[in-house]
Design a protein. Structure first.
Length: 450
């Protein structure tokens, strides 16, 4: 719901008592400060707000009932003398507990400190679920809206569960992996909210974003809304547990209403965040890889031209983040031929210690391209995977992290020229080398900082 700042609002109960608020967000703040006695009331308020009538009327919500009384919220002329409850709470002027409402202006990233929190949810009725993620850049008012834009914060390799809202389905039907960063794209979109349906909004072309997905897997059994409702108490506990680990004002972007006042339901919106422990609650999700592991056939490889912007994430990580490289027999043979059976840096010709290394990290079969590879001695391959070695895209000279430049074992390799591949067409991709160098945080360090 959009709130116009030229209006203040007044909430009146059936006994005639009226309370005024500077803005609608101040009313929400007043009833969303975590006080248990307000939970049923704010649930009813939120529902009435979701179902608000036409913006041209003076009603800010539909009338709603709570505890034997009827409440209505109306717009009134803007009253500058009323306190700025919400704004003061954000600036620290108020000691009251901040609200938990979702706001993109102060979007929380409660998952940022835990790299295992890599799970999201798409809610859609598309026929091509699992092909990609797509949503408008802004809402109908031209504002950033987390319901649309939240999924842009997912990382390559994160897992997206797909909730199919189509009639007769109503549940989580499968999962995919994020395979690319978001890019701007023109999309066809129709809003699905209550007001949009009432207006009969038709799909139109809008500026949006698109995120490629890979490896869509259909669940053996749909996790239906009915099953979710049977676990409502466990989901409420899950939400409480996440809140307990973070600040009280954090927004979870959780996809389901679990207030307990009424049956669990899917909230309006396109993209949501899921705590990792959500997957452990349902046997229907047992096929979803909770640890990020992904299986490949041993002979998978791809000889099409390599494009690091169009790759699929199929990485596994083991101790110290060194990647397990699988399905690379053909990839290694190509690099052995291109570098004459010698390490591209040291010239070592002991084949038992030579490995096929990826310049752009291994993200699936599309990255097994000779121009995305280097034939390296095992220890140098590990250093490359640990982002301690790079290759200058312009000079093709070896770059060492500052911590290695004084090493007796590796210091002499800094500035060393990379061996030439044969044929020249098998030489490392400049685009891949440039992308790899950009990942090296130490490249921004001043000389002698190590």
């Amino acid at each position: 719901m959009a709130y116009h700042k030229k209006y203040s609002v007044a909430i009146t109960d059936s006994d005639g008592r009226t309370q005024k608020f500077r803005l609608m967000e101040d009313l929400f703040y007043h009833f969303n400060r975590g006080r248990s006695e307000h939970i049923p009331f704010r649930t009813a308020l939120n529902k009435a707000s979701d179902e608000n009538p036409d913006q041209e009327t003076q009603a800010a919500t539909k009338p709603f009932e709570h505890d034997g009384r009827t409440y209505a919220v109306h717009r009134i002329p803007f009253d500058e003398s009323l306190p700025e409850l919400y704004r003061n709470s954000r600036s620290g002027a108020s000691k009251s507990m901040p609200d938990r409402s979702h706001t993109t202006k102060s979007r929380s990233h409660w998952w940022a400190s835990d790299p295992t929190e890599r799970f999201w949810l798409e809610a859609t009725d598309r026929a091509d679920i699992g092909a990609d993620l797509r949503a408008p850049l802004t809402d109908a008012k031209g504002h950033d809206n987390w319901h649309y834009s939240l999924l842009k914060e997912a990382r390559i390799g994160d897992i997206v569960l797909h909730y199919d809202k189509s009639p007769g389905v109503g549940g989580i039907v499968g999962w995919s992996r994020i395979a690319s960063p978001p890019r701007d794209a023109s999309i066809v979109w129709a809003a699905r909210g209550t007001s949009a349906r009432a207006r009969g909004d038709a799909p139109i072309a809008r500026p949006g974003y698109l995120i490629r997905l890979s490896d869509y897997q259909q669940l053996p059994q749909v996790l239906t809304l009915e099953i979710l409702r049977k676990s409502a108490s466990r989901l409420r506990q899950l939400v409480d547990d996440v809140y307990a680990c973070h600040s009280k004002g954090v927004s979870l972007y959780f996809p389901f209403e679990v207030s307990g006042v009424r049956d669990l339901r899917l909230l309006q919106g396109y993209g949501f965040k899921l705590p990792k422990d959500f997957l452990t609650l349902f046997s229907e999700l047992s096929s979803v890889p909770c640890d990020g592991a992904f299986q490949l056939a041993a002979d998978e490889a791809d000889m099409d031209s390599f494009n690091p912007g169009e790759i699929e994430d199929a990485r596994e990580r083991v101790t110290r983040g060194i990647k397990v490289r699988r399905g690379q027999k053909n990839f290694r043979e190509m690099l052995l031929a291109a570098y004459g059976g010698r390490c591209a840096i040291t010239g070592c010709d002991i084949r038992d210690v030579l490995e096929a290394a990826h310049i752009t990290p291994y993200l699936g079969p599309n990255t097994n391209h000779v121009t995305n590879g280097l034939l390296l001695r095992t220890d140098l391959h590990t250093l490359l995977d640990c982002d301690l070695i790079g290759i200058d895209p312009a000079t093709r000279n070896v770059l060492l992290a500052p911590s290695l430049r004084t090493s007796a074992d590796y210091g002499h390799l800094h500035g060393k020229s990379l061996r030439c591949a044969s044929p020249i067409s098998a030489s490392p991709s400049t685009q891949a080398l440039e992308a790899a160098v950009l990942r090296l945080g130490w490249m921004t360090e001043p000389p002698g900082s190590a």
